[in-house]
Design a binder for this molecule. Sequence first.
Ligand SMILES: [Zn+2]
Length: 477
Amino acid sequence: MLRPLVRLIWPAVLLLALAAPAAAQSQSFGTVDFDKLSAEAAGWLSSLLAINTTNPPGNELAAAKFISEILQKEGIYAEVIESTPGRGIVIARLRAGAVPDPARALLLLGHTDVVGVDRAKWTAEPFGGTVKDGYVWGRGAIDDKGRLVATLAAFIALKRAGVRLGRDVIFLAEADEEEGGEAGIEFAVRNHWDKIAAGFALNEGGRMFVKDGKVVYVGVQASEKVPVNIEVIASGPAGHASIPRGDNPVVHLAAAVAKIGAYDAPVQLNSVTRRYFEQMATLEDAELAKWTRALLDQPERLQHAAKKLSEANPVWNAMLRNTVAPTMLRAGVRSNVIPSEARATMNIRLLPGESAQKLVEDLKKIVNDPQVRIEIATSLRPTAPPSSLDTDFYRAIEQVTPAFFSGAIVVPQMSTWATDSAQLRLRNVQAYGIIPFPLTEEEIARMHSDDERLPLAAFRKGVEYSYRVIEAFVRAK
Ligand SMILES: [Zn+2]
């Protein structure tokens, strides 16, 4: 997805790789045997993938019960809570002391629901959890069951290794992430906040970039855009198609869609995207690095720089501004009838803190047609401030990452997609999103697609990396 070029980084990568401590290559860390742990966790993942939690309807209660059984076997109390019939979450906690301090606590979370499958396009059973050819196959292997299980393994390893904790560690497997979170994160935050209250969280949402088998950077999601749907509606008199008129709603809607499609909202940077582009400037080739620096430091060249970067990478375009994507068109009932109404659904992605109403006002001016009105549909996701990049947890990630992945840097990201972290950030939680698995672009693209599968070697890495990041932050100092 992201297309950084890495020529500039290689000398630095090599130096850091040579200087990396021998521990980074060893198989165990402290008293944890990661080969053994990840083999065991791969078994859990396989079983979890075999529980069909396609959302809708979800059926996450079965997954929550399965996870709670794993925790109970470890002597960790796990509470399964049904949110709506057949759906639910599981919560467990490792205590640092007798009196909990929610502001210090770390919440580890992930979702058990998955998106649907197009069975005909799969070469393995999507709900089988099959292990073959070095992969574990199944819907959710990457998003999000694989990461959830890697996190679960790290959580259990903390307990097994008897790590002395400086803060409580809470594990939450939640539901309904793929359909807005009403039966998952919304339910958990609204009704059971006392059980999950934390100052910090580790969730999904980031991206790791791998090139030629090496991790170049680990993207840590610290903010996210907010999806909002709008309806653009053209109306006019219905009539016989044999007598065309200038007020035909189909014609007016088409013109409005074309105008909105060509619209670029103003460029805006926030704390997360600014740091992201600063980091990218160190990874890109000379030409893109030049435009990245112009974007950050030369206000008079900002627009031109943004244009160059947006042309180079559509993801960057989406990170720099509010976007509007027309996605559905509806009009007409008969080929010989001019309809009285034509509609377009458009998906807006707002920068955090931006108002949909304000953007719609701008769109109305651009469309400038009294026959066309724009309505805002209810938003499923809240807007939340970015997580701070100046926290002990973020610094722990920055510290662990280059040692573990041979010189890889940490890059903060604002995802263009929504996650459950927004609800947490609204409660003052410094939430960060990571995919701990070193996956190629081709591998990561199978998320939400056909034949989703996770390489066991990447899973093994992800289990250890998750443990190291979490352990570095929660161990009593
Ligand atoms: Zn997900």
